[in-house]
Ligand binder design. Structure first.
Ligand code: C5P
Length: 411
């Protein structure tokens, strides 16, 4: 069981939506209150069909908030105040309907309005029939909400109230308590608070003419995950991103650019910074004198494209000087002799660390969710097991945080 010390004195706003698992939310209220958490509850109309407002009121020892239009509640406790006076919003059970309304940004009842109006972290505990959970619509809604920073616990797999088997059961009350405690423990662990970070991510597009460009296959997944992981540890992050399909990660300032030269300018504008992580796959060359009109097939054969070298952003940021970030991290995507090439690259670019990976066809690294990397520092190489790009990002952010803690100790 997780350490629950972080829970005492915290304020949770619990949204109970209409699912059979709502009965477990009564138990959740008790377990939270035992640990010193103040729980205030919002009950949806459907939720009130599964548990009575009286039970919720008795367990929270507070009014149960149900009506967006109630004049008394609005004057005494408007939806803005409900979220302002909470440290965390927990939605349990989070039904398919409420997840869909959250994803769409609807505000058609008190629960949805509070969830739209809040700037507080939100944890959802989905609960629904297995096919509703597995439906592409629910999966897309959940993925969208998670990309916006919504946290999730469960659902678990097992026999459901409807006698079907599969994922969809709401996490047990104590699992939700553990997730809430984990959130508060992590939220207070912000070792990079006060540090500024620049992260580059994605490909660059180098125009040939107004409609054509040279690009590469970078998805931006690894760079975006690193920006989010540094922000989670408290850093003030500017993410400079080339064109990707990814949503902007929560908690970061994002500058969208297209070309390598725009990426360099955006990085320089974000200085000074303590940390720079260059995870972008910057095009090495651009078309010299790109045409400002669409090139035509005029029967004279294909145009000759003259290429010229792009600025090296990593090498530029690594250059010694007042504005050099204290820690500069580069990436080396190689297709053989990974460690030898990456070690040489670290010296050539002048950066402090290199994260090296094998991107040979078949490794699935480009565009895939997993990555197998080696962290090369002045004092040697650490090889990490294959893990999700999010996990690589968390581990790298942790290593960055440890680096600054050690540097401070050494002073
Ligand atoms: O030279 P190469 O592209 O192999 O180096 C990869 C590393 O250098 C990555 O960290 C990449 O983000 C960075 N880079 C850069 N600007 C360039 C080329 C590469 O920042 N023009």
């Amino acid at each position: 069981m997780a350490d629950h010390a972080s829970l005492a004195g915290k304020r949770v706003l619990l949204v109970i939506a209409g699912g059979i698992a709502a009965y477990k939310s009564l138990e959740l209220i008790r377990r939270l209150r035992e640990r010193g958490v103040t729980v205030r509850a919002v009950l949806t109309e459907a939720g009130a069909r599964f548990v009575t407002p009286l039970s919720v009121q008795a367990l929270t020892e507070d009014t149960v908030y149900r009506d967006l239009w109630s004049l008394t509640d609005e004057s005494e406790m408007g939806h803005i105040r409900l979220s302002r006076e909470a440290d965390l919003l927990v939605v349990a059970p989070a039904t398919a309907n409420l997840l869909a309304r959250m994803a769409a940004g609807m505000a058609d009842d008190l629960a949805a309005t509070v969830l739209l109006a809040t700037d507080k972290p939100v944890l959802v505990a989905p609960a629904m029939n297995v096919r509703m959970w597995q439906h592409a619509a629910t999966q897309a809604n959940m993925a969208l909400l998670e990309s916006r920073g919504v946290l999730r616990v469960g659902p678990n797999e097992g026999v459901m109230a409807c006698n079907e088997y599969g994922p969809g059961r709401m996490a047990e009350p104590m699992e939700i308590v553990d997730a809430i405690a984990g959130f508060f423990a992590q939220a207070s662990h912000r070792p990079l608070a006060g540090r500024r970070a620049i992260v580059t991510s994605g490909p660059t597009h180098e125009p040939i003419d107004p409609v054509r460009y040279i690009a590469n296959r970078s998805s931006g997944k690894q760079g975006h995950a690193i920006a989010a992981a540094l922000a989670t540890l408290g850093a003030e992050v500017t993410l400079v991103s080339g064109p990707t399909r990814l949503p902007d990660p929560a908690g970061c300032r994002v500058t969208h650019i297209e070309t390598a030269r725009e990426m360099l300018a955006a990085c320089e504008a974000a200085l000074p910074a303590d940390i720079a992580v260059c995870a972008a796959a910057v095009a090495d060359w651009r078309v010299d004198g790109a045409s400002d009109r669409k090139l035509k097939k005029d029967g004279g054969g294909p145009p000759a494209l003259a290429l010229t070298e792009n600025p090296d952003i990593l090498a530029t940021l690594s250059r010694p000087g007042d504005r050099r970030p204290a820690l500069v991290v580069g990436f080396a995507a190689e297709t053989g002799d990974v460690l030898a090439y990456a070690t040489a690259k670290r010296a050539r670019k002048g950066c402090d660390w290199i994260v090296a990976n094998d991107v040979s066809p078949g490794t699935g690294t480009f565009g895939g969710s997993d990555n197998t990397v080696h962290l090369i520092r002045a004092d040697g190489v650490e090889s990490w097991p294959t893990m999700a790009k999010d996990a690589v990002a968390s581990r790298l952010a942790q290593a960055v945080a440890e680096h600054f803690t050690e540097t401070l100790k050494a002073k």
